[in-house]
Design a protein around this ligand. Structure first.
Ligand code: URA
Length: 235
């Protein structure tokens, strides 16, 4: 890739700043500081330094965002903030893995690892997604059975068995639900199918990845090496 692009991605500076650094001889490739911004480099094979310090290029970046309930899962939007507005990385190839509705909050993985993203979203992999929700109305054991059996939510096929756990039953019930599909508005439509309404929805897990309890809405962090390996193995 181009040297200037690599340096911008590594957050050494803006395009014009890295050009200045190159001109001032602060960047060296394999010990040579007579380099050009447009020069092609291979960060896996060549040593690249800035002010004498070696730079370690990461091909893939992985972040978990605690998506707030007022932003869209998209790269750009004319009306709302997007999930990408919360990520300060300079990488232009980052994308959210799957979607959460505008008003749904919780765990969202953001990465430029297309293979992992594809595997996590592939229907054949049955990757689990766990949500906590507040439901208008009393959630009953019949609902638990209906979720386990499969529901007609208006699609060609019934939903796959889902595990519904009642955490609190009342006028507003609190539940946890585990699904292995990713249909449009799936959780909301499943409750609609049993004549109930989701009034709050939060994703807490996707595959092996759990939402970090230390994150507040709008905050994000890089995944650990262990989290990345577990996700790849699971998918
Ligand atoms: N199910 C929904 O209904 N909405 C989401 O955002 C995710 C799952």
């Amino acid at each position: 890739m181009r040297l200037d692009k690599l340096l911008v991605e590594m957050q050494i500076g803006s395009r014009s700043e890295v050009k200045k650094h190159i001109k001032n001889g602060l960047i060296a490739v394999d010990g040579n500081n007579k380099v050009k911004p447009e020069q092609q480099v291979d960060p896996q094979k060549q040593q690249i330094t800035f002010r004498g310090k070696e730079l370690h290029y990461q091909e893939f970046e992985y972040y978990m965002l605690y998506k707030p309930g007022d932003c869209v899962t998209a790269r750009t939007d004319n009306f709302h903030k997007t999930v990408m507005d919360y990520i300060t990385s300079q990488r232009k190839d980052l994308s959210p893995v799957g979607r959460l509705d505008l008003d749904t909050e919780g765990l969202l993985l953001i990465t430029n690892d297309g293979k992992l993203s594809h595997n996590l979203l592939s229907p054949s992999k049955h990757v689990i997604k766990i949500y906590e929700a507040n439901i208008e109305g009393i959630v009953t054991n019949e609902d638990v059975c209906a979720f386990e059996t499969g529901l007609d939510i208006g699609d060609d096929t019934m939903t796959k068995p889902a595990k519904l756990e009642i955490l609190e039953a009342g006028d507003i019930s609190k539940i946890r639900v585990t699904i292995t599909e990713g249909r449009y508005h799936q959780v909301k439509r499943m409750f609609q199918a049993v004549n109930k309404k989701v009034i709050f929805l939060k994703r807490i897990q996707m595959g092996t990845l759990c939402l970090d309890k230390n994150l507040q809405p709008g905050e994000y962090r890089s995944l650990t090496i262990e989290e990345i390996s577990a996700l790849k193995e699971g998918a």
